[in-house]
Design a protein around this ligand. Structure first.
Ligand code: 6CM
Length: 247
């Protein structure tokens, strides 16, 4: 499938036909639906969520989970950004052309398969964290619209025969990430840059795929996730400045 630059300009308001006929579609649809449902659920009711970063409207929580000594801590962040829409947020998160500008843990990014205007399979390598081996990931990424002025991007690990895991210097990690955004504005008003605010829920669970020292990994997450969310949201605000609002 050839996806032209125009088509990836903004997340489409409805699902691309080329995605619904793809073999990954049932999985992409199921996981995206589950992730969106969980994204806006609070952390208040559940046991074990600890607040580890707070700055302005941003709050980040994690749950300490280890499986066979490997850190799999689920992370959940809430944020609120004024003046940009959910659709704009998801556009910049999904679209590969901007990724190097806001993603600082990234070393390389390749498009493995451009499925449709709203789904891409990526192979990425990350900067090495001493003393662990370098990591890579292979995942599909899907952006979709949902009711209540919501847009959501889901990233989830997959496999591909041409990208086998653990053959070179990298250990393959497994990831499930969801960025869910919902835009609101005062009742009776017309949405504009001056009156909209977008609530963001970002959830991430990374399985490091092989040995990595728990303390180092938790320290990296504690530093890198707040840095990512602040940098990404500021980036989108900057990109949208002076441009017409797209809802
Ligand atoms: O969600 C984020 N980025 C997306 C686009 O690239 C995508 C990325 C998922 C991979 C997340 C991996 C995080 C691990 C980074 C640390 C380096 C790996 C070493 C681990 C082993 C020792 O969903 C933003 C991700 C922000 C991460 C801080």
């Amino acid at each position: 499938v050839e996806v032209t630059r125009d088509e990836v300009e903004l997340p489409p308001p409805s699902i691309d036909n080329r995605l619904t006929v793809h073999s990954l579609w049932p999985e992409i649809d199921r996981i995206s639906t589950e992730q969106l449902q969980a994204a806006f659920e609070g952390v208040g009711g559940q046991i074990g969520w600890q607040l580890f970063a707070e700055e302005g409207d941003m709050r980040m929580y994690r749950r300490e989970v280890e499986v066979d000594g490997m850190v799999m801590d689920p992370l959940k962040a809430m944020h609120k950004v004024r003046g940009v829409s959910a659709r704009e947020m998801c556009h910049y998160f999904f679209n590969p052309q901007y990724r190097y500008e806001w993603e600082t843990t990234l070393e390389t990014m390749n498009i493995v398969e451009a499925i449709s205007s709203d789904a891409i399979v990526f192979h990425q390598t990350f900067k090495r964290i001493w003393p662990a081996s370098q990591r890579d990931a292979l995942f599909w990424s899907h952006v979709r619209a949902a009711p209540q002025h919501t847009y959501v991007v889901t990233n989830h690990s997959t496999t591909n025969d041409e990208y086998p895991s653990n053959t070179g210097a990298c250990i393959r990690l497994f990831v499930t990430v969801c960025l869910a955004c919902r835009t609101q504005w005062p009742a009776g008003e017309t949405p504009s840059r001056d009156n909209i605010s977008t609530s963001i829920a970002y959830c991430s669970t990374v399985n490091p795929g092989g040995w990595a020292p728990a303390g180092v990994l938790r320290a990296v997450y504690k530093r890198e996730y707040p840095k990512f969310l602040k940098r990404f949201t500021n980036y989108v605000v900057e990109q949208c400045r002076g441009k017409p609002l797209v809802m």
